[in-house]
Design a protein around this ligand. Structure first.
Ligand SMILES: Nc1ncnc2c1ncn2[C@@H]1O[C@H](COP(=O)(O)OP(=O)(O)OP(=O)(O)O)[C@@H](O)[C@H]1O
Ligand SMILES: [Mg+2]
Length: 305
């Protein structure tokens, strides 16, 4: 399966400490991971691990870190031809500080230059021609997001949107442009406020919101429902997928793995796809940092109801 992923590419430094030190004090780092990261790259890595052929559309800078992250992406089996190297821009950096209770803080250096433009997406046109699915993160600027979704649609690919738009005015346009929508707990709350003016307190609320979104475009909606897990709705059915019993070290990247797990299993139908997504997330939250460590067999095994 050929998948185009539109999203962020960064240098990712994750450190785990017992307690985050206050000003004027220090703490020893218990674990340190320096990898290719960012939501786009994480999803592409997860898709490659799950047997898909991902092409990544994102922006890096013109520094030596760009060489490092791109070399890593190629090693990971990602087609980096559509990645834009922007001159005069530094490659994004995210520092993920996780404490002993699994609470993260992100320190982010994301210059404006690493955000995608319409021209960046246009330059990636050849990748869209072959795509079976196009996955777009709603963190990116709306014009680039819409351009990518429209290109995916024209190429006959399944268009998957991940997240929620910061701009409420964009919601209808986005829903009309997608086949599959996935949002985590806080993003689901944004969609909920817009849809039914409600908060998501339980899976039944999430199902109600997901149904309201379903009639506005997509044929599959997956929303986070807090401690009850995730819900999935499609025209003929719905399911609540509990979180399971993963030990959570760091939720970073859990959502990215979720989306990749859905995409890699779309041919199995909405319920199985959502269960695979949840399994991929559970396998990612058990270690420090957002980089997934997945295999098809493990995800399929864990997803069995
Ligand atoms: N205890 C748990 N067991 C299994 N899965 C879990 C558990 N806690 C969280 N998850 C899964 O991990 C995912 C975390 O994704 P979410 O997007 O909420 O986190 P995030 O920190 O924003 O991740 P990302 O950085 O990928 O966006 C959720 O989709 C959820 O299904
Ligand atoms: Mg998330």
């Amino acid at each position: 399966m050929d998948v185009v992923v539109i999203g962020q590419i960064v240098r990712d430094l994750a450190v785990r400490v017992d307690e985050v030190p206050g000003p004027g004090s220090a703490a020893p780092v218990r674990e340190r991971i320096e990898v290719l990261g960012g939501k786009g790259a994480n999803q592409a890595v997860a898709l490659a691990q799950l047997g898909c052929r991902p092409a990544l559309v994102g922006v890096v800078g013109d520094d030596r870190h760009a060489d490092e992250v791109l070399a890593r992406a190629v090693e990971d089996g990602i087609d980096t031809t559509p990645v834009v190297r922007r001159s005069g821009t530094r490659t994004g950096l995210i520092i993920d500080v996780v404490d002993g209770d699994g609470r993260w803080r992100y320190l982010q250096d994301l210059p404006d230059g690493v955000l995608l433009t319409i021209a960046d997406v246009e330059a990636a046109a050849p990748a869209f021609d072959a795509a079976d699915a196009v996955v777009v993160q709603l963190q990116q600027p709306l014009p680039a997001v819409c351009e990518a979704a429209d290109r995916g649609r024209r190429a006959g690919a399944t268009v998957v949107l991940d997240g929620a738009p910061p701009d409420p005015g964009a919601r209808s346009d986005l829903l009309a442009r997608c086949d599959v929508l996935r949002a985590d707990d806080s993003e689901a709350a944004l969609w909920a406020g817009a849809e039914v003016g409600a908060e998501i307190g339980a899976a039944s609320d999430a199902l109600r919101v997901a149904r309201a979104l379903l009639v506005r475009g997509p044929w599959m909606v997956v929303l986070g429902a807090g401690s009850e897990g995730n819900v999935v709705v499609w025209p003929d059915g719905e399911a609540v997928i509990p979180l399971g019993d993963a030990d959570v070290v760091d939720t970073t990247g859990g959502g990215d793995a979720f989306t990749a797990g859905i995409v890699a299993a779309l041919h199995e139908g909405p319920e199985t796809a959502a269960r695979r997504g949840s399994a991929a997330a559970a396998l990612t939250v058990g270690h420090t940092g957002g980089r997934p460590r997945l295999s098809r067999e493990e995800v399929a095994q864990r997803a069995r109801p």
